[in-house]
Design a protein around this ligand. Structure first.
Ligand code: GLU
Length: 310
């Protein structure tokens, strides 16, 4: 058994890449006879909305992705996130960081230093800290990640060995950061198998270290190669018809999108009608493509066509 989940951020409609990842996450769970949960990652009120949440749920249902139990909202779990922050604080694993994004971008990195944040504020002397505070800079809180490299076997990306990043766990506007919330919520929900886009592979070592620091079990991971547009960059709106609504306007109903995505995953012939149940029968993680999928213009239409509303 491997209880799985999909955890979208309701900041827009799901695009082909998100839906494809959701399909793979669902297939991992259902093929193992396991539960599949849905969690809405709505921590940031400035960028998420219930309107998009409703649309995303409808989009998943239209494809044939179902889930067990109530949908969980990250925004309702703030007290659990705060408790985790307090636990990390108690263990001496947090430090305030006053850096602006620009300072981080411009910081000189040691050639063999850790990835991500250059650890500028990790061991600030008290005078500097007082000076930065006096400047009125609100600090974020960062995780003092242990020195050891993390190793894990990703079900799709293979063996990974990387040091952890000192990730932000509470932003400087007070919002708990994704990297902490995801660890706390997956643990509380008993998630055993995390399947998501491989843009999050680089965040995984820090999440594993956070799980260790909080004494919660580490799930298994499968990072799905991304979907790319015809120009080779990560699929985005500007590439044309990327959402279910856009594709429907070009004559592709959700069943045909399901068929397209199943084909892109090597689970069916092109345009073969399939149900999600058919795909459970055929699913074999070892045979999933290990490279990104480049969607062609034949599917997306030309962006100019989209913009003119044609
Ligand atoms: N909410 C994240 C996103 O939409 C995914 C988080 C995860 O699967 O760990 O990209």
């Amino acid at each position: 058994m491997a209880r799985g989940r999909f955890a979208p951020t309701p900041s827009g409609d799901l695009h082909l890449g998100n839906i494809r990842t959701a399909m793979v996450a669902w297939l991992f769970a259902r093929a193992a006879g396991s539960e599949f949960l849905l969690r809405i990652e709505d921590l940031d009120p400035a960028t998420t909305s219930t309107r998009f949440e409703r649309r995303q749920l409808d989009q998943l249902a239209a494809i044939g992705i179902d889930w067990d139990g109530e949908v969980v909202h990250q925004s309702k779990r703030r007290s659990r996130h705060r408790a985790a922050l307090a636990e990390l604080e108690r263990r001496g694993l947090l430090y305030p960081c006053y850096c602006t994004r620009r300072e981080i971008r411009e910081a000189v990195r040691a050639p063999h230093g850790p990835p991500g944040y250059p650890r500028t504020c990790r061991d600030l002397d008290p005078d500097t800290r007082r000076r930065l505070e006096a400047e009125g800079r609100p600090p974020a809180l960062r995780f003092r990640s242990p020195e050891n490299a993390v190793t894990f076997d990703d079900e799709l990306a293979g063996a990974v060995a990387a040091p952890g990043d000192d990730v932000v766990v509470r932003r400087n506007d007070g919002v708990v950061a994704y990297n902490l919330a995801v660890v706390v919520d997956d643990a509380d929900q008993g998630v055993e198998m995390v399947v998501r886009g491989d843009d999050l592979l680089s965040a995984t070592p820090a999440q594993i270290l956070l799980a260790g620091a909080l004494d919660v079990p580490r799930p298994r991971f499968a990072h799905v190669p991304l979907v790319l547009g015809p120009d080779g960059s990560r699929l985005a709106k500007r590439h044309g018809s990327v959402t279910l609504a856009d594709l429907a306007a070009r004559g592709r109903d959700p069943a045909s999108v399901r068929a397209l995505l199943a084909w892109s995953l090597g689970l069916s012939e092109r345009d073969e009608p399939v149900t999600m149940e058919d795909l459970v029968e055929r699913f074999d993680p070892a045979r999933l493509p290990d490279r990104p999928w480049n969607v062609g213009e034949d599917i997306l239409g030309s962006p100019a066509e989209e913009q003119s509303g044609a």
